[in-house]
Design a binder for this molecule. Sequence first.
Ligand SMILES: Nc1ncnc2c1ncn2[C@@H]1O[C@H](COP(=O)(O)OP(=O)(O)OP(=O)(O)O)[C@@H](O)[C@H]1O
Ligand SMILES: [Mg+2]
Length: 428
Amino acid sequence: MDAVKDLPSKLNDEKHNEEASIPPPNGLGDIRHQLNFFDRIHQTGLKTVQALKITLNQPEYHHPSKAFILSDVERLTGISRVTIRDNEKKGNIRYQDNPPGITKSEYSFQDLDAIRDYFKVGFFNGAVKRPAHLEPIILSVAMLKGGVGKTSTSTNLAAACAHEGLRTLFVDLDPQASGTMSFGYVPIIDGINPSSISSSLCDDFDDIYKIIRPTHYGNLDIITSSLELQGADLILPNPSINNVETMGPPMQRLQRVLGLIKHNYDVIICDCAPAHSSVTLNALAASNALIMTVTPHMLSYGSSLLFTKELQNFMEGILDFSEENDISPDQFGIHNDIFRLLITNDPQDAESRDVSAFLRSLYGKYVLNNSMISTIALSRSQNDMGLLYDVKRSSVRKSKSSFDRGMASMEMVNREIISLFKDHWGAN
Ligand SMILES: Nc1ncnc2c1ncn2[C@@H]1O[C@H](COP(=O)(O)OP(=O)(O)OP(=O)(O)O)[C@@H](O)[C@H]1O
Ligand SMILES: [Mg+2]
């Protein structure tokens, strides 16, 4: 182990040896060359990301929160701008840290809550706060196949929930950390410690309190991820190191750890890795809502079937275990209140229409009516390490109509999902 640890420094010492053995024309050569190469790429790549982050002035906790202008507030609260202004002047709406009677030009998430509170148009039958008898929703966005829009869906849905005034937590359960970076956090650069939920799952539930961080969306917190999370997938299934005596069944760790903090939130959204890993199983066990994302291609359709097979195995495993140990399977607390399939990255061409029709005939009412169209706006927002909701329309230079189409599609998908939350809670 020590020898492996020492390798990079030795390698630096031996950099002058690079020329001694010549790598093959299309390959990287011996282990030293390979390490040198990957080290260089890593270091240079990090500098690029860091520079990008500074250039973009990426939103982080120390950056100003996202703010809204009056027309946004009108759209988000459903209260006309004239009525808002009128009541501001009369001093009826009390904004935190502002004297009564102030008319605002910029509104924070808290200001939105103050307006919703005053006009009784909060999410929960007019109330801004979730009534105590309603449980928070824990939603996993999962699919075995990679690149099918899990992160795009989960990050933007989290932002949409925050816009609705829902207190939201985004949990990045993918060591690739794309969701984390979409919120402007780059664990390796930002020196975040702990950088993932791994230690909360494997060592100490209380670590969860150290890893929740704010985002620039006032109502939205994040649990970041990093490569470190891969460790959890090795530790959890291994009975000799998974602390089963002190921390209980390895598949229920996330359920237990989220149980410590879930009442601070209305919605918790878990972005899963494209793998049937221990962490993904933990997410499935912890959630009462599941969205599976599928692109309208036959290969993606096939992967969705493999994933359903894995889910079936998972449920069977729990039922068998319960039977063998003569316990009720209900004690695992696994219950699904909301399940939907979301068609993502939909080019809306003839081919995709055929596959979408297959998906709809197979999953029936469980396919969301709205699919997320393919849109350059989304990939651009991700290239800027952000969300679609971060893109200011005024900054879109050429293709405003394409941006509008992408945004409208995203909004319709999110509205449909959030309306399922409303139904579940009996809110209107
Ligand atoms: N609706 C869309 N329009 C255009 N591009 C999209 C759309 N949805 C996803 N993409 C692109 O597809 C790629 C994969 O998307 P995303 O990261 O959301 O998928 P994922 O399922 O989370 O991937 P992974 O399995 O690797 O975690 C990204 O480059 C993203 O920009
Ligand atoms: Mg992802």
